[in-house]
Design a protein around this ligand. Structure first.
Ligand code: KG4
Ligand code: ZN
Length: 359
């Protein structure tokens, strides 16, 4: 039997230190993630300096664990794939330096991976038969893109957010609710049992474009929260997440709109907006397949809505398993495999970059 092509993937762009071994771009041999979420939670968001320091402590043990769990050693690895951007530069540098060190020491090829190409590749881990071309809705903490995936390494961004990302829209309102960080999953929890039609929120549409804008929706939600707080005799500081205001008990939800209603309506507004644009983009580009990627794709309401609308529109739909929606290194190894197969190799002067275009 032919030896499978083994890629060691390394990811450290934000607050997860991750390493994984993937065979032939699709088969996960190991997937290790050391999350820093509990530490950053105390500050209400990721603190870059702390993230870098924690990556330094975790990176080598995480890589060792990924190799051990895969039952392999560096000698059997064909290439080392690593995220080099976009992300927090200090955080990216830790994974990148480790990958470069291992590549220099072993002579194994180094392949730099765009973080968003990694998120898109998470779909290849979900279905071994899924191939380009397809339309991918990429929704993370920093990106909201509609991407035509022409081929494994050929991307065309056909729409993007003009301000906040969908993940930020979730995180901001979760913070105003006093729910903590990361806000997306907590807001999803808070929405359970709520009426998604209880509160209406505006959606911004641009002429001749499927671009997104979440700032109007977010501001409308914050204004509605403030109005509810004023009616209940509370201060607006609470909505802004300021500590003095946060000490007040929240009494606004005893009125006609419950917290679950508000959260469900806000979530539905984001999800409808994303789903409508994703289906429209697939149709406009003549694509028969739709996929979703990035942290927000872990949201059940989004997955279910996309699945229903895709089916109604006659499109095949795929979403990554929950554990591969948020940051991980298996997706980086998968994307790295296709780059490696295409003959792409990076040298030791590959640098980390905070901003990096996909197409
Ligand atoms: O892709 P990701 O892990 O990191 C980035 O590359 O940014 O995405 C993180 C984002 C955060 O904004 C987080 O709140 C959001 O994904 N997120 C969710 C859910 N799980 C994670 N948003 C809504 N519902 C979820 N279940
Ligand atoms: Zn990500």
């Amino acid at each position: 039997m032919e030896k499978p092509c083994l890629i060691l993937g390394i990811e450290s762009s934000c607050d997860e230190t991750a390493a994984a071994v993937v065979a032939n771009g699709r088969e996960i041999r190991s997937n290790i993630i050391a999350t820093q979420a509990a530490v950053h939670q105390q500050y209400g968001g990721v603190v870059p300096e702390i993230a870098s320091r924690m990556h330094v402590e975790a990176i080598l043990p995480v890589i060792d664990q990924a190799l051990a769990q895969a039952g392999t050693t560096l000698a059997d690895i064909d290439a080392i794939a690593v995220t080099y951007g976009p992300g927090l530069v200090g955080a990216l540098l830790v994974g990148l330096s480790a990958a470069k060190g291992l590549s220099a020491a072993t002579g194994k090829p180094l392949v730099g991976v765009h973080h968003i190409a990694g998120h898109i590749a998470a779909n290849y881990l979900a279905d071994p038969a899924w191939e380009p071309p397809f339309l991918c809705l990429v929704v993370s903490g920093a990106h909201s893109h509609l991407v035509v995936v022409h081929d494994y390494e050929q991307f065309e961004v056909v729409a993007r957010t003009r301000d906040d990302a969908a993940g930020e829209a979730f995180d901001k309102i979760a913070r105003a609710f006093g729910l903590g960080y990361p806000g997306g999953p907590l807001l999803e929890q808070a929405a359970i049992g709520g009426n998604p039609q209880a509160v209406t929120f505006p959606r911004t549409h641009f002429p001749d474009s499927l671009d997104f804008s979440f700032s109007g929706l977010k501001t409308a939600a914050l204004n509605q929260l403030n109005r509810l707080r004023q009616a209940a005799g509370q201060s607006a500081a609470k909505t802004a997440g300021q500590s003095a205001g946060n000490d007040e008990p929240d009494t606004i939800w005893s009125g006609p709109v419950s917290q679950a209603d508000f959260a469900a309506s806000y979530q539905q507004a984001i999800v409808d907006y994303l789903a409508n644009h994703a289906i429209a983009a697939a149709k406009a580009h003549g694509l028969k397949r739709l996929a979703v990627a990035g942290g927000v794709s872990a949201n059940r309401c989004l997955r279910d809505t996309l699945s229903q609308r895709a089916s109604a529109a006659g499109l095949d739909f795929l979403c990554p398993p929950f554990e591969f929606c948020t940051d991980n290194a298996a997706m980086i190894a998968s994307a790295g495999y296709y780059a490696y197969q295409n003959g792409r190799r990076d040298t030791l002067d590959l640098n980390a970059t905070a901003t990096l275009e996909l197409s």
